[in-house]
Design a protein. Sequence first.
Length: 274
Amino acid sequence: MLFHDIEKLKLLVKAAANEEILKDFGHSKCEYKLDGSVVTPADLAMESRMEKELKQHWPQYGILGEEMLEDKQQSIINQAELNKDWGYWCVDPLDGSTNYAAGLPFFAVSVALIINNQQQLAVVYDPVRDEMFTAIKGHGAYLNERRVGQVNSLSKIKFPENKPIVAEIDLKRLPGELAMKLLNESIFASQRNIGSSVLDWCWLAAGRFDIYLHGGQKLWDYAAGSLIFHEAGGHSIALDNEAVFRGQLELRSVLACIDKSLFDYWYQWIGIGD
């Protein structure tokens, strides 16, 4: 059933993104929410569109969207905890809103299905590059129709002195001591921050980054992307030494890498297991 669902979902997300998001890219107004993050008319239009579409095609599931009030978001999670057979869609209608408003082409739509507090399927769509990342639990990760991850790697990645060639690191959200250690000890060859957590996960899965370090993401930032990443064969942990995904609204940190030896090196270097 999930295979049929994901094919239908891909079509819905792609059509909605092209109609609700791309039309105002680069010249959209924006406002600031109470937490300081940016919201645009496209965020609201896309979430409303997805809520309508998801309810129409999958009335048996609830919907948790980024732009909903926190009380409503929490009520969805509470209902899912009380009824393990009931599920909900976790939707980030436009991740990378600041980029979008500024005309920077790094943003995406993210949708994940959560049942029994587990990610079952995920779709992340980048409308600028027309790239659709998808995953079904236990069935691998895909970029459009091509499988991504270690499963199709021809040779083991070599990292000089355990330094990732390209590290995606959000320094401002990391603990200050760790951020300074990263800057002072030159542990990576090159550092990036593209400003879209859902694309971070997917690009890491596709081999565009070597390692990922982030100090605080919300549920909709990682619900879909982390499933795609793990289905690509990746390894991740939060800085509290627990799984990143716990199905809660709390902020979660991330250390993630496709290559296991590099992941183990950074795990020890950061001191997560201490």
